[in-house]
Ligand binder design. Structure first.
Ligand SMILES: Nc1nc2c(ncn2[C@@H]2O[C@H](COP(=O)(O)OP(=O)(O)OP(=O)(O)O)[C@@H](O)[C@H]2O)c(=O)[nH]1
Ligand SMILES: [Mg+2]
Length: 201
């Protein structure tokens, strides 16, 4: 559960962007950083990248104000999506309160999305957390590529592959254009804060 500092009346909420390599997790955080620059009075921390691949994680703190007398601080993280960095992915998941699963809507990435979701399931289980209980929002990213004639999975297929059991809110999105990036972000914050409220009251 979230880190609560009773003395400072502060709650730290950890939200992790998870998903296959090159799916657009870092791009989501970059867009949020660019658009809420005034409320985020710090730089986005990108811990080691190789080209544009995340090697460890990205980190972005976000202050959403006071809820029930508690100053709520959101911490956004991304994991490295490449299969070989599973130890790091698992570490970033430690203490997670909410997850945005960023799937890559390109047809050629169908299998990678399914494997990444399975991997999330397994890594949460390491922390005795159930994917069925943690707040999750699904994002089907890169739908802008359809306009360029690149084969994109229909939302129906993505829903069937990734969300038929979970049945969580989902958004077609373009992290590059910013389409539904903020909507995804607001949705996960509201679900996560709601679940934390239940824990502390
Ligand atoms: N066309 C298009 N390209 C995108 C979109 N989102 C991300 N990209 C591109 O896809 C590539 C990978 O994006 P990243 O945000 O670095 O992906 P990531 O999920 O952080 O990747 P890893 O760090 O390797 O796990 C970059 O070249 C992005 O510019 C999108 O919505 N549309
Ligand atoms: Mg990244």
């Amino acid at each position: 559960m979230a880190f609560v500092n009773l003395k400072k009346k502060e709650i730290q909420v950890k939200i992790v962007y998870y998903g296959p390599g090159r799916g657009g997790k870092t791009s989501n955080l970059e867009y949020i950083h660019g658009n809420f620059a005034k409320r985020i009075n710090t730089e986005m921390v990108t811990v080691k990248t190789h080209g544009d691949r995340t090697l460890f994680f990205d980190f972005l703190p976000f202050d959403i104000g006071v809820i029930n007398g508690y100053d709520v601080k959101i911490q956004l993280y991304t994991v490295p999506g490449q299969a070989k960095y599973n130890a790091t992915r698992r570490l970033v998941l430690r203490g997670v309160d909410g997850i945005v699963f960023v799937a890559d809507a390109m047809a050629m990435r169908r299998e990678k999305n399914i494997l990444a979701l399975k991997n999330l399931h397994e890594n949460l289980a390491e922390y005795k957390k159930s994917i069925l209980k943690i707040p999750i929002v699904m994002q089907y990213n890169k739908i802008d590529l359809r306009k360029q004639g690149i084969p994109i999975l229909p939302v129906k297929t993505l829903e069937k592959d990734l969300n038929s059991q979970l049945k969580r809110p989902s958004f077609p999105a373009s992290a590059m254009l910013g389409y539904n990036v903020v909507a995804t972000f607001k949705q996960i914050i509201s679900m996560t804060v709601a679940s934390i409220k239940k824990d502390i009251t």
